[in-house]
Design a protein around this ligand. Structure first.
Ligand SMILES: [Mg+2]
Length: 269
């Protein structure tokens, strides 16, 4: 489903009932909302299209994600928030005996796991779970590594190595923290968030629709578009964020269709 023409896009959109939306670069840029974002979301609502906000930021709880969006004039309810942390909760709950885990996460995200029924500090955990833990310490690393060395499966919310906080300004992300555990145990984590299939399964379950009825919109080829590409889901690249038009040519992940900005999609319904 790559490089479709205008006519094909119009035909495909007739079946679409939901959009999963990337946030940074798609709805806002570095905490500055785009002037068209509210009108775009209202346009989806008017057309009866539901939408979710996808995020590989598992340092924030659902409440914090809602507040962050609200500060950007974007209204969202808890059902519309799907972070890599939330997707990890859903993934774990689909497994047998999921309750007992050892969780590395911020205090707010710990609460989300607890409210979902997890014992996050189990003496004999069934899983070691790494979220974007901004309170990561040597003590936590040591304890997680001990469990993983003993054979406890190691799950991480997403694989991104860097979190972009400004132009050419990064912070180490979950991939970098996971790499520390991997270095000392030789065990690789199973990653859940974008662009993995587990994230796709989580949003399809949340939306209650089949993948033919969903479209992905995002600004990154290696996460947003890759997720659509590899799972055969209609996807739209916006050029309002990270990706510049000239980078498309050399990318192995080709979008279904390219638009300048989110609101442009309303012209094709
Ligand atoms: Mg983005």
């Amino acid at each position: 489903m790559i490089n479709l023409n205008e006519h094909q896009i119009r035909e495909k959109l007739k079946n679409i009932e939901a959009f999963v939306l990337d946030q940074d670069g798609t709805l806002y840029l570095e905490y500055q909302p785009f002037s068209w974002t509210v009108e775009f979301l209202e346009g989806l609502q008017e057309r009866g299209i539901q939408y979710l906000f996808l995020s590989n930021n598992s340092s924030k709880s659902v409440k914090e994600h809602i507040k962050k969006l609200s500060n950007l004039n974007i209204k969202a309810n808890a059902e519309q928030i799907l972070s890599s942390g939330e997707a990890t909760i859903e993934y774990l709950k689909s497994l047998k005996s999921w309750q007992d885990i050892y969780l590395l996460a911020t205090p707010e995200v710990e609460k989300d796991f607890q409210n979902s029924g997890f014992n996050i500090d189990a003496e004999k955990p069934k899983y070691v779970v790494l979220a974007y833990d901004l309170t990561f310490t040597f003590k936590k690393l040591d304890r997680a590594a001990r469990y993983v060395r003993r054979g406890v499966p190691f799950i991480a919310t997403h694989a991104d190595n860097n979190w972009m906080i400004g132009p050419n300004d990064f912070r180490p992300d979950v991939g970098a923290l996971a790499a520390a555990i991997t270095a000392t145990t030789k065990v690789e984590a199973k990653f859940i968030g974008k662009p993995n299939m587990e994230m796709v399964n989580a949003f399809l379950r949340r939306l209650g629709v089949s993948k033919e009825k969903v479209a992905i919109m995002g600004d990154r080829l290696d996460t947003d578009i890759r997720m659509g590409h590899e799972n055969d889901i209609l996807n739209f690249l916006v050029l309002s964020g990270k990706t510049k038009a000239h980078e498309l040519e050399s990318s192995p992940y080709q979008p279904s269709f390219v638009i300048e900005k989110s609101i442009d999609i309303l012209n094709y319904f």
